[in-house]
Design a protein. Structure first.
Length: 626
């Protein structure tokens, strides 16, 4: 049985001042330091001990070399760039973390050396070379098969995540393989097994986990989290498991012979587990009962298994310093969110939030969830909250607020309005009786503006995609305009409503949809990148396997599967930038957003500070690396 829930952290007075960053130097140890201009303290947060992440992107005129400015680097660090041991920059690079080397061949080998107080440090890792503008990470698809109802299937590379699985400072991929007969929960039929791989950047497969026949395959069943939860310098991987799951060492979890599938292919009986796997080996380190248990299927809203098996997952710094695992079930009716710590090889449940509990029943928390969740410090107390659709749960597991506007397909939490301290929140609604778009204060759920109800509004994005307006723009599938932070129409709707990525040389974000990246213009969009031959995932969602700051400077890479499912193809920007920002991997709101990107209907990660046109100097994070 799962251990009893612990008491939540004390609830302190709320401030909307963001405590996740220090404008002055980064920390090398986890000691609280005061944040200038505020009462209280900013606690350093645990992050990955990353290497320099050097990348070389070849173009017709030379190579763009980019690298990470780590949160643990000094504020005044400078850099020198070396090709095969010879310095290629005339003076230390101080105003960016990229350098264009004109005329260099595609195979040029680069390293970067930090310069601290005038003293040059040792060589970085060698650059990852994107000789054709991209790099392929080789894959080995699992063998296909045939389900008991006679349907043959093969495998497609689906959602991915990144984490340092083996502690070498480089990010590795965690990739979910989905069978071609995967199902939405509303669809009957058996599916092939879901398979998850741990893969190094060179294509070396560290392990393969087969979740088995008793975990149905589809977008809403398996949400995995890859993060260093215990602070040992190596990431763990958490997933829901069941009888017949085989870990990366070949060890069976539960009963090997049990088959809990119904005639319709649903799994509505049998034990359900939560397992933490070793990032380096895939070995099951610990398994507990999944919280909450399914109980009576019909109590979740239907009797055939659509609503009971809607799962979400995330990672949050609930104590303000170390990461905790978030696992959830349900969003159309009842919702239960469980927060777990993984310390010393043991699961401990911090708290459980249940909309049907005596504390929460009747307060309007039921049926408010989206197809994804967001994590961030919405109330300025230095600890993370869970924004779960049209409601939020505080860091101590208590309900923080509910807007009572119901379920939606997309949501975006970030510093969308740089003139307003703290975070803002934008979401869309699925119900034709609810506001089509909402712009809320995530500290208390107050609706700042909304659009009239109209329809099932299935898409919505928030990002600063246009320099002609202050702050982020928002738009949705049901609207014909792009809008500002006050809800005013500012121009035509962009050509896509799916994803966003920082790609070119300015801090305004670009549109990412299908297999291309576009620049928004008031008249028409401009194509910046077309991936080929690659494929997007998840049907009309048209999302990449992953997009985020995983190599080089703060701009975002895009990772698609090749159309033959034999590689993950990584594209990185070829554009120079003069904007210098600490690697977004050391912004913990962005980093946890990258971790939950694979959850449900994938959404792009947002940092805890504003990146966009006219942005101030980016803040430095208060972090420490194990």
């Amino acid at each position: 049985m799962a251990p009893a829930a612990g008491n939540g952290a004390p609830h302190h007075a709320r401030r909307r001042t963001r405590l996740g960053f220090l404008m002055a130097g980064a920390l090398a140890a986890a000691s609280p330091l005061p944040l200038s201009g505020t009462a209280g303290a900013a606690t350093a947060r645990q992050v990955e001990a990353l290497d320099r992440g050097v990348v070389s992107v070849h173009t017709d005129s030379g190579n763009l070399v980019g690298w990470r400015w780590l949160g643990t680097d000094p504020d005044n660090v400078a850099f020198n760039v070396y090709r095969a041991g010879t310095k290629v920059n005339s003076s230390p690079v101080t105003n960016s973390t990229n350098f264009f080397h004109p005329g260099a061949p595609e195979q040029a080998d680069y390293t970067v050396r930090a310069v601290v107080n005038g003293v040059e440090q040792g060589d970085s890792v060698h650059a990852v070379q994107l000789r054709a503008g991209y790099k392929d990470v080789p894959l080995s698809p699992p063998a296909g098969g045939t389900t008991p109802d006679g349907v043959a299937y093969t495998y497609e590379a689906n959602d991915a995540s990144v984490a340092d699985l083996d502690g070498d400072g480089a990010l590795d991929f965690v990739l979910k393989w989905q069978p071609t007969n995967a199902k939405d929960n509303s669809q009957s039929g058996c599916t092939g097994n879901t398979v998850v791989d741990g893969i190094r950047l060179d294509g070396t497969r560290l392990w393969r986990i087969d979740l088995g026949r008793n975990i149905r395959s589809g977008a809403h069943y398996t949400q995995f989290q890859a993060y260093d939860y215990d602070g040992d310098g190596r990431a763990e991987v958490a997933m829901k498991t069941a009888d017949g799951t085989v870990d990366g060492r070949g060890t069976m979890i539960g009963s090997a012979s049990a088959d809990h599938r119904s005639a319709g292919g649903y799994v509505l009986s049998g034990p359900e587990y939560l397992t933490m796997f070793d990032g380096a080996t895939g070995a099951a380190l610990g398994t507990v009962d999944y919280v909450p248990a399914r109980g009576t299927v019909s109590s979740w809203g239907d009797s055939y298994g659509n609503r009971v098996d809607r799962f979400l997952a995330g990672t949050a710094y609930l104590d303000g310093a170390r990461p905790s695992l978030i696992m959830a079930r349900g969003y159309y009716t009842r919702t239960v969110i469980a927060a777990w710590d993984w310390r010393g090889g043991v699961f401990t449940r911090r708290w459980t939030f249940d909309t049907s509990s005596s504390t929460n029943a009747g307060r309007g928390f039921d049926g408010q969830g989206s197809h994804s969740l967001s994590v961030g410090d919405v109330d300025g107390d230095g600890r993370d909250e869970i924004v779960y659709g049209a409601m939020a749960v505080d860091d101590n597991g208590s309900g923080l607020w509910t807007a009572r506007t119901g379920h939606g397909d997309a949501q975006h939490l970030g510093d969308l309005d740089p003139a307003d301290p703290g975070l803002e929140y934008f979401k869309v609604s699925e119900s034709s009786s609810q506001p089509a778009e909402l712009y809320l204060d995530p500290a208390n759920g107050a609706v700042k503006w909304q659009l009239a109800a109209c329809c099932d509004n299935g898409r919505g994005v928030a990002a600063d995609i246009w320099a002609g307006n202050d702050g982020a723009e928002v738009w949705s599938a049901s609207d014909t305009s792009v809008r500002d932070e006050a809800g005013a129409a500012k121009g035509r709707e962009p050509s896509s409503v799916n994803f966003a990525a920082w790609w070119d040389g300015v801090p305004v974000r670009e549109l990412l949809d299908g297999t291309h990246v576009d620049k928004y213009r008031p008249s028409s969009d401009t194509r910046l990148l077309t991936g080929a031959p690659v494929s997007s995932n998840n049907g009309t969602k048209a999302t990449p396997a992953l997009s985020g700051d995983i190599l080089g400077d703060w701009r975002e890479e895009v990772v698609w599967r090749t159309s033959d499912n034999r590689a993950l193809r990584i594209y990185s920007t070829p554009h120079e930038t003069s904007t210098k920002i600490t690697t977004l991997l050391h912004d913990t709101m962005y980093r946890t957003g990258l971790a939950w990107q694979n959850t449900g209907y994938n959404q792009p990660p947002h940092p805890g500070f504003f990146i966009g046109n006219g942005m101030p100097t980016a803040p430095r994070p208060a972090v420490y690396a194990p």
